[in-house]
Design a protein around this ligand. Structure first.
Ligand SMILES: NC(=O)c1ccc[n+]([C@@H]2O[C@H](COP(=O)([O-])OP(=O)(O)OC[C@H]3O[C@@H](n4cnc5c(N)ncnc54)[C@H](OP(=O)(O)O)[C@@H]3O)[C@@H](O)[C@H]2O)c1
Length: 238
């Protein structure tokens, strides 16, 4: 089940999963007609599921329908261009938290029992390089992605006993509508394919962190030591 599977990175994940052998993929989207082209391209393999990340009831309803899911991809998200002192900063952060944080937490909570019933499976979170490094031009988006990364770590801990693999994906600039809206130059942006391939590899290897594209790999070089020694370390709260 992939949220926001009608375009951008989500659409590529859907296509790459099917090409890698997935029998069926739920495309969880706001407008179910937006996945008609994918249903025509992959007959019998794409199920449209109505889901709005800002509407918790739609998330619960989707989880009641898609009871055979064994991989959940939290992908759908929004970005506003807002510095901390811009007029739109507070509203931007509220909207981004609603979708990128609360929406994803609702998805994790609704689908965790589904994954458990189906043997564990995996939860994939499309975080970002901005989860570990804030950028002023989209500071509120960065904050939402940092918060999502924090929740991703604790969700991993909590789902370990039911055998659910949690994956935290941290792309840099990727050539999508969001990438264009953020102002990433086309020659600095990698293809959504590298993100989808990174996820498939992490599912096979059992990895937690995925820094898939060229900029993300550079950041991972510097961040890996901290991730392994602090984020991945077993530490007691007491
Ligand atoms: N592009 C990048 O450079 C980049 C880098 C790092 C991380 N990411 C993350 O990767 C994910 C996908 O990004 P993208 O670049 O593919 O973005 P995109 O091209 O803007 O597509 C966003 C997707 O999210 C869906 N969405 C937005 N609000 C939603 C809501 N309330 N309920 C359900 N679906 C909703 C959109 O559906 P509609 O068609 O209905 O609007 C669309 O399918 C996001 O979480 C993003 O933060 C992107």
């Amino acid at each position: 089940m992939i949220t926001g599977a009608n375009r951008g990175i989500g659409k590529q994940i859907l296509e790459s999963f099917i090409e890698a052998g997935a029998a069926r993929v739920y495309a969880a989207v706001r407008d179910v007609t937006s996945v008609t082209p994918l249903q025509e391209k992959y007959p019998g393999k794409v199920e449209a599921l109505a889901l709005d990340l800002s509407d918790p009831e739609s998330i619960s309803a989707a989880a009641a329908i898609a009871t055979d899911v064994d991989i959940v991809v939290n992908n759908g998200g929004i970005l506003h261009n807002a510095t901390p002192f811009a007029d739109n900063a507070i509203q931007a952060l509220q909207q981004e938290l609603e979708v990128n944080l609360f929406g994803w937490l609702h998805v994790a909570r609704a689908f965790a029992p589904v994954l458990k019933n189906n043997g564990g499976g995996a939860l994939v979170q499309l975080n970002s390089v901005v989860s570990v490094k804030g950028f002023a031009e989209f500071s509120t988006y960065s904050a939402s992605k940092a918060a999502s990364y924090s929740l991703t770590q604790t969700i991993r801990d909590q789902l370990k006993d039911q055998g659910t693999q949690v994956i935290s994906v941290h792309p840099g600039p990727i050539a999508t509508d969001m990438g264009a809206a953020a102002g990433f130059p086309a020659d600095m942006s990698d293809s959504p394919t590298v993100v989808a391939e990174g996820i498939i590899q992490a599912l096979a290897n059992g990895d937690f962190h995925v820094f898939p594209d060229s900029m993300a790999k550079q950041i991972w070089q510097a961040y890996q030591g901290f991730a392994e020694n602090v984020v991945d370390a077993q530490m007691s709260e007491s």
